[in-house]
Design a protein around this ligand. Sequence first.
Ligand SMILES: NC(=O)c1ccc[n+]([C@@H]2O[C@H](COP(=O)([O-])OP(=O)(O)OC[C@H]3O[C@@H](n4cnc5c(N)ncnc54)[C@H](OP(=O)(O)O)[C@@H]3O)[C@@H](O)[C@H]2O)c1
Length: 286
Amino acid sequence: MNILQKKSLYDNKIAFIGAGNMASCILGGLVKQGFPANNIYVSAPDQPQLDALEKKYQVRTSADNAACAGDADILVLAVKPQILSKVCLRLSEHLSPGTLVISVAAGIDCESISGWLNDHQAIVRCMPNTPALVQEGASGLFATDAVSETQRQNAAAIMASVGKVCWIEDEQLMHPITALSGSGPAYFFLFIESMIETAVKQGLDPIMARTLAIQTALGAATLAGQSDVDVAELRRRVTSPNGTTEQAIATFEAKQLRGTVEAAMEACSKRSQELALEAKAVTAPK
Ligand SMILES: NC(=O)c1ccc[n+]([C@@H]2O[C@H](COP(=O)([O-])OP(=O)(O)OC[C@H]3O[C@@H](n4cnc5c(N)ncnc54)[C@H](OP(=O)(O)O)[C@@H]3O)[C@@H](O)[C@H]2O)c1
């Protein structure tokens, strides 16, 4: 067991590159759970953004990515995918081989990140989603072979501070994960949006329609999460023969809701594969 493996997560220095939505919600989740704020370092170009994080969470900040990443046990890459190659190439000389790199950038695979980071090996790739902003996220995680068991546990603990985590052992499954949980919140927003529009057309006050639609989605998800029967059975239980719900469900089925969902998720997964290929075209200079 090496020195890093003997450390508990709280003894690690965690450096975040990027101080936007993802970085702030993950580090906020860590601090809320008791992770020592003085072991968290954040860097980004925007000083007011850094000042706000420092004030809110008492984390350490810097405008210099390399200074922030230097001697970090865990480095979280939380910048937009389009600038990840540039950020990594500039960090590559400053990373120690024992550092665990966690990337939350959508669509960029471990091989690309490793190439940009001077062949760095210990990488966890993560696909989070926006409900992480309210600690209700769902993240898919993939680790390269070089990631130790302790590093896997640390990566899972970091992402668990903003929601649920699931490991995948085949990186290609990151595409269906993107189509399910990564982009999934937008599907539910669209569904809620449609329900609100229809309820208003049927005469309900817009504020009341919004309240009832959102609470119904929240209640249904909470019930499904806490129930010991599957969602299809829960649906059957609220669908009485010849009742009102049966009419709605029959309409969804007749209008091919399942086929529409399948086509949408396939299109999403395909786009995720295309983005990964585009990212691969950007390689580290020899
Ligand atoms: N938001 C989500 O729900 C979500 C879901 C899944 C995955 N992700 C992934 O999470 C990553 C971050 O997304 P986000 O929503 O947090 O984006 P964001 O809010 O735009 O944050 C990006 C951060 O990176 C900073 N930055 C820009 N250039 C930089 C540089 N050269 N060095 C260091 N920092 C730099 C930005 O600073 P400025 O603001 O000054 O440019 C900002 O603080 C993305 O790769 C995205 O694919 C996000």
